[in-house]
Design a protein around this ligand. Sequence first.
Ligand code: ADP
Ligand code: MG
Length: 387
Amino acid sequence: MNIHEYQAKQLFRHNEIPVPKGQLASSPLEAEFVYRRLKSPVAVVKAQIHAGGRGKAGGVKLVRSPEECFQAAKGMLGTTLVTHQTGPEGKKVHQVYIEAGSEIAKEYYLALLLDRETANIAVMFSTSGGMDIEEVADKTPEKIITVQIDPTLGLKDHLLRSLAFRAQLPEVETQQLMVWVEKLYRMFLKYDFSMLEINPLIVTKKNEMFALDGKMAFDDNALYRHPDIESMRDLKEEDEREIEASKLGLSYIGLDGNIGCMVNGAGLAMATMDIIQYAGGHPANFLDVGGGATEEMVRHAFRIILQDTKVKAIFVNIFGGIMKCDIIANGIVGASKDLKLHVPLVVRLEGTNVNEGKKILRESGLNILTADDMGDGARKVVEAAKK
Ligand code: ADP
Ligand code: MG
C-alpha cells in the first residue's frame, strides 16, 4: 500500500523528521486560506497523487501571493496529471498540499528499502538528488551509494560513516544524516515499510535538513498490525478492478499486455504469464482465482478481465485439483454466454474430471479453443490475439 506525500509528512512529523509547514486543500479557496495561514511569502502547491515526477509535469508550483496560490490550485484540482510514473492515462488530482517554500542550498536523495536479494534493508544515498535522479541512476550510477543493514545486527554507525565518507559529505552533514537514518530505520521497522524515499532531502543555507518530498510503501501483509496506517489508504488511487477483485477473494493485478489470464494458484499464474511472454505475447493481467474457486467466482473473474478494453484474447489455464474441471467448464460456458464473450478464448484444463470438463466445452456450441498443454495454449492464445 502507498500513501500520499502529505500523509508521509504527517508520519515524518510524528517521528521528528523535519518537514516544512503545510496543509492539505481540496478547493482553490481552501488553498488560498492555507497560503494566508502559512505566513510564508513563498509557498509551494503540490498535486497529491500516488506517483512521483510531479515537478516535471506541472504538479509542483511556486506561488508568491494568495491569488497565485488560488490559481495554481485551480489549475491542478480536477485535472489529470501525467508524469513518467503514472503511465499515459495519468492520475486525477483530488487534493493539493500547500507548504512553505524552502530555501534550497543542496538537494540529496535518501531511501531505505527492503532488498529481497540480500534479505537486508538497503540505504541508498546520493548528493545528486532532486528531479533528475532517474537520469543520475541511469548515466552515473556510481553517484548513488548503497549500504546494507543486516536486520539481525541492526544499524551500525560505521556503515553510515562509510556512506558519508564515500559521498564526501562535510562533517556537520554527516552527523545530521546519521541521526536521520537512525530515526528512519526505526520508522522502517515500526511501520513495516517496504520502501521509504525522500527526494529531495534538502540542506538549507542555514545548514538545516528538511524532507521536501516523501514516498512510503507498506508491506500489505503487515497492515493488520497498523490500523492507523491502513486508514490512510486512498482507494481512488488504486485500480478499481483490483479493489473489486480483492473484495471477491480473487487476486488480480492489471498489466500492459492484451492477453487476459485466468489461472488457479499464484505459482501457475506466474508460470502462465512467463509462457505467454515466451510465445511472443504479453499478459494483460495476473489473476489467481484461488484453489477452491466456485462457478460464481469464475464468472466474476471473466467479468473483471473483460472490463479491460485492451484484452484481445483470454487464456484460461486451470489445474483441477480441489476444483473439478467440469465445474470450471460450466463456469466458463455460463460466463461466456452471460457476458456475450466477444474475444477468442483458449482453455487448457487438466486434473480431476478433465474429460467431463472438455466435453462440456466441446458441446457448448461456443467458439472455444482447447489446448493440450500450457505451451500449446500459450501459442494458440498469442496467435488468436493477433487476429
Ligand atoms: P516530485 O518528486 O513528484 O517531482 P517533489 O516534491 O520532489 O515532487 O518536488 C519537485 C521539486 O520541487 C523538488 O525537487 C524541489 O526542487 C521543489 N520543491 C518541492 N517542495 C518544495 C518546497 N517546499 N520548497 C521549495 N521547493 C520545493
Ligand atoms: Mg520528489
